[in-house]
Design a protein around this ligand. Structure first.
Ligand code: BGC
Ligand code: CA
Length: 301
């Protein structure tokens, strides 16, 4: 094991030191998703409008221009991917894109994090690009491409995933500092009662992307908090993986054994002085924290 960077506050489990995987220095690294068919990690630069593809075996990372403000990439049943960007949900074959659905949103809003549930519906949130007005929503895009607004009043919709039994949906509205847990009905995607699952003090950043592992533990990227934190299903902080970059944006498990946690980060919003202090801001990191993730669900439409 590498040197211990953090010990579990409750469990005492040591974590390996995160490794710098790609010194990409992306403007807004985001949206990592494991592509098990190709054995690669796909991730994005939202501001750069690029999709990256990392082969973890060789460490080679290639990127191509996709669409401006591409904010999520999800595998699609039957091949290809679904992207969210701006106000559109797009089918993408790696070269060209076609609109699957569009949402009506204020001009200053754009799509942000999105993920599919186990029934193949895409859940995609929006945000105010100034991160100030609660004008964002969370949408459910069904396989028949109908779009339904499920939550409103969000400022920066982030961090979607589900418990392994599919009965709880985790979602963050970053500026509130909270990750909320919603009762979830997988049959029809209806969301019920909500409770605050995890509350992150502003001094430790804001909850951004998150992933739930196969034991139901929730891994939360802390934007402005220099870390990813692991929480039990009961909402207890278990441990913290520290990173050499402040704007930690998202994380997901991947690798042949699904035991590697890939972590994205951003330069976006950092001053010149801050960038000098954290030169690897915007780069991709990984750690093997002793947990196993789950394969992403595909969009069924
Ligand atoms: C958004 C960024 C935002 C960050 C923190 C990310 O999901 O894409 O634009 O700055 O969350 O709220
Ligand atoms: Ca995000």
């Amino acid at each position: 094991m590498g040197s211990v960077i953090s010990s579990g506050r409750i469990t005492g489990v040591a974590m390996e030191t995160p490794e710098l995987v790609v010194d990409s220095r992306a403007e807004l690294g985001e949206g990592p998703v494991w592509d098990s068919m190709e054995g690669r990690l796909l991730w994005l630069d939202i501001v750069g409008g690029r999709v990256h593809s990392l082969d973890p075996l060789t460490g080679s990372d290639e990127s191509i221009e996709a669409v401006p403000y591409v904010s999520s990439i999800t595998p699609r049943k039957g091949g290809g991917f679904v992207l969210t960007a701006g106000h559109a949900v797009l089918a993408w074959d790696g070269e060209s894109s076609a609109v699957l659905a569009e949402i009506e949103e204020p001009d200053g809003n754009r799509f942000n994090d999105a993920k599919c549930d186990a029934s193949g519906r895409l859940w995609a949130g929006t945000m105010d690009m100034n991160e100030a007005s609660p004008a964002g929503s969370l949408y459910m895009v069904s396989p028949d491409r109908s779009v339904r607004r499920m939550l409103g009043g969000l400022t920066v919709s982030n961090g979607i995933d589900w418990s392994p039994d599919g009965k709880t949906m985790y979602h963050a509205d970053s500026p509130t500092g909270n990750v909320y847990a919603y009762d979830f009905r997988m049959e029809d995607g209806m969301i019920g009662r909500s409770r605050v699952f995890a509350s992150i003090p502003h001094s430790q950043g804001f909850p951004d992307g998150l992933t739930v592992d196969s034991d139901g533990m929730v891994w939360i990227a802390q934007w402005g908090g220099w870390c990813v934190s692991r929480w039990s299903a009961e909402g207890r902080l278990m441990e913290t993986v520290k990173l050499p970059v402040s704007h930690v944006s998202s994380c997901t498990f991947g690798g042949r054994k699904m035991d590697t946690l890939f972590i994205t980060s951003a330069r976006y919003g950092l001053s010149g002085g801050e960038l000098r202090r954290e030169p690897h801001a915007g780069s991709l990191f990984s750690v093997v924290p002793g947990a196993v993730g789950r394969q992403p669900h595909e969009f069924d439409g």
